[in-house]
Design a protein around this ligand. Sequence first.
Ligand code: NDP
Length: 309
Amino acid sequence: MEKLVIIGNGPAGLTAAIYAARAGLAPLVFAGNVPGGLLTMTGDVENFPGFRDGIGGFDLIMDMQYQAEKFGAYVEYEEITAIKLQPGGPHTLEVSDGRTIECSAVIIASGATPRKLEVPGEDRLWGNGVSACATCDGAFYKNLPVAVAGGGDSAMEEALFLTRFASEVHLIHRRETLRASLIMQERAKNHPKIKFHLNALITEIVGDKKVSGVRFVDREFNKEILLPCSAVFTALGHTPCSELFRNAGVETDLAGFIAVKNNTSHTNIPGVFAAGDCADPRYRQAIVAAGMGARAAMDAEKFLADANK
Ligand code: NDP
């Protein structure tokens, strides 16, 4: 029987692993289907404290993993395919290589996936002008035109943030009406650098090795437009990777983010904890996920000590 299994090896899972390993829990970490999580798809990370010249997303994850393993965590590149959770444990996990594992506590750090446009060019140019994080990548586009896709609060926020760097920001939304709150809409609409393209359906992201433009259909006039720009930021919302756990009885909000109790990492099932983007509808930053991971490990450690496990 394992003491603690951590599902996910992004910043939340690996920080939880560092803390839990240092507490002598020898946690078993499953990397899942996107080892390292979203950070490994980011180029340079310039907003994670401690790296004054920035650090590559992949390198940051590898360093966290090294640190966790140094203290006795085990990282496995397998997925959890099925899970049975019991209040107080033991919990039963089925692994993609056919094993069945029992454990006393689980930290879910399974992350979230940014919704995609699903258009040609998006995957090919991801990390080379296509990004889902203006906070991370916006500063690379000083005095250059950029586009933001989406019509929600995130799209408004990303567009406003990008005005600090970009020469102009084109906000492209598929419908006539925006989903964003009125106050955010007004802020974006009143900004001289932001230009709205509503009723505009993106059909392609264009570029050879990096983004050079975005193609969309102006649905009002049924006209195709090729807009030159150096980056396309997708702000289409995130889908938390929580379905497996929701089906096992873990409570989520309506959007699927795992619900935690009273500003802790406890879920509704005793002995099951959540950290990082799967439980964070708001911030979705590596440093925040890392902090949540630390908290989850501390909560799990206390749970195991109290239960004498
Ligand atoms: P939302 O789900 O609210 O908005 C997603 C947007 O992306 C919608 O406009 C949607 O279009 C569009 N979209 C989704 N899929 C596609 C697609 N395949 N192609 C084109 N467009 C697509 O997500 P957000 O991340 O904006 O917000 C999530 C939550 O976080 C909300 O509750 C929001 O209020 C909150 N938030 C609050 C902030 C604040 O208060 N400052 C800042 C950021 C987020 P359509 O409208 O047509 O469905």
